[in-house]
Design a protein around this ligand. Structure first.
Ligand code: ATP
Ligand code: MG
Length: 413
């Protein structure tokens, strides 16, 4: 029998004592992304399966192994494993290409992938990300990477590494793919099953393989020579060089990694990851890149685009713990109606305040106040008759009595 008192494997509750961290990340995302001109978009968590098969790519692990897919009224529906495909769908469906470019969108929310749960890897996890449509110049690549870096800085995360690569365009990449296939041909039977499929369908992703035996083959000198070769055509080279120049001018430190090909099929030219040394083996905080072909591939007007996604759980695990906020004040009183009325007045003036709902003894109420609030607001017999309140600062122990109308301005909130 299913254990109904246990969350599903790979999923987690976000508990009240953790929620301040989430609010901090979400608020910072809103603030920083807004500064760069991004507007939030919220797309549905479910989409037709075909969107991901076509949008993410049917040679990816995400589409082949990791999707939560179910049938409803003869339609195949999937819980989104990532949000780029959904945002692109919405961009096309809502005619956003008619808006003045660039169209800059950001999102946050849960994603679902049927993966083996482990540290840093869940089946329901959260991403925050941005997508920018309409700009083919490397200024867009630089601005998107800068947005990511400055968001991480605003969270207080400075010691992260940006890794950069260019996958070229379909034209120059095809030549590279053919060279790679030719040099790997003698080893084809020694590659893992996944790599044998990749060899046919998406040879670039061979380089991404985590299997040791495959990596041994890829590190052979004749294969390294091809991997390390400069295959970019003039336009792609120029784009890449210009991006690097912008990053240098903006003081963004990066390292180049020829093996960085990213898991998704839709990238061209710029790809990047941001990594932390404090995350163990699942060390990527963010992944992104340019996907100039995707809007066209999904049925829209061909539109250059670039974006990134960050794992929120991984971000949060890097942040110092934030204490859950206490209440500003707790009303201590045996006069329930007065406490009710006073609490409401204070709330209308922006004070976070609670009072005893269960007729507890005065001393118990005071005990509770000292646990949850900064101030105890005491309405005893005297205070009630004079329409006053005694404010006790629970951190310093000082107590003063003032007119109730003056209460809020006496509180340091
Ligand atoms: P990984 O190599 O870690 O599997 P990925 O290439 O599958 O990453 P993306 O699809 O690029 O990841 O997603 C961007 C970010 O989302 C990752 O850098 C990571 O921080 C986060 N992420 C991806 N999958 C998971 C997961 N299963 N659980 C938690 N976070 C995840
Ligand atoms: Mg993955």
């Amino acid at each position: 029998m299913a254990n109904i008192l246990k969350v599903l494997k790979g999923t987690k509750d976000i508990l009240p004592q953790e929620i301040d961290m989430w609010h901090f990340v979400e608020k910072t995302a809103d603030e920083v992304f807004s500064k760069y001109g991004f507007k939030e978009i919220r797309t549905p968590i479910i989409e037709v399966t075909e969107l991901f098969a076509r949008g993410v790519g049917d040679t990816t692990d995400i589409v082949n192994k990791e999707m939560y897919t179910f049938e409803k009224s003869d339609r195949s529906i999937t819980l989104r494993p990532e949000n780029t495909a959904g945002v692109v769908r919405s961009y096309i469906e809502n005619g956003m290409s008619r808006l003045s470019s660039p169209v800059k969108l950001w999102y946050k929310g849960p994603m679902f992938r049927y993966e083996r749960p482990q540290a840093g890897r869940q089946r329901q996890f959260h991403q925050v990300g941005v997508e920018m449509f309409g700009i083919k110049q490397p200024t867009a690549d630089a601005e998107v990477i800068l947005t990511a870096v400055n968001f991480l800085k605003a969270l207080g995360l400075n010691d992260l590494e940006v890794e950069l690569n260019s996958l070229g365009c379909p034209k120059c990449r095809d030549e590279f793919k053919n060279k790679l296939k030719a040099v790997l041909k003698p080893y084809l039977n020694d590659l893992c099953e996944d790599c044998q499929t990749r060899y046919e369908k998406n040879p670039l992703r061979l380089l991404d393989c985590k299997v040791e035996d495959c990596q041994k083959i890829y590190s052979k000198p004749e294969i390294q020579e091809v991997i390390m070769s400069d295959f970019l055509c003039d336009e792609c080279r120029e784009h890449y060089d210009e991006l690097k120049l912008y990053l240098e001018k903006m003081g963004v430190k990066y390292s180049e990694n020829k093996l960085l090909v990213r898991g998704l099929d839709y990238y061209n030219r710029t790809v990047f990851e941001i990594k932390s040394n404090n995350l163990g083996s699942q060390n990527a905080v963010a992944g992104g890149g340019r996907y100039d072909g995707l809007v066209g591939q999904l049925g829209g007007e061909p539109t250059p685009a670039i974006g990134f996604a960050m794992g929120m759980e991984r971000l949060i695990s890097l942040l110092p713990d934030r204490k859950s906020k206490n209440l500003d004040a707790y009303i201590v009183s045996n006069y329930t109606t007065d406490a009710f009325v006073f609490a409401q007045e204070l709330r209308e003036q922006g004070v976070n305040v609670e009072f005893d709902l269960a007729n507890k003894k005065f001393t118990k109420q005071l005990e509770k106040a000292s646990k949850v609030a900064k101030y105890a607001l005491i309405l005893g017999e005297d205070e009630i008759s004079k329409h006053q309140v005694s404010i006790k600062n629970l951190e310093e122990g000082k107590q003063i009595t003032v007119d109730r109308a003056d209460c809020v301005k006496m509180l340091e909130l």
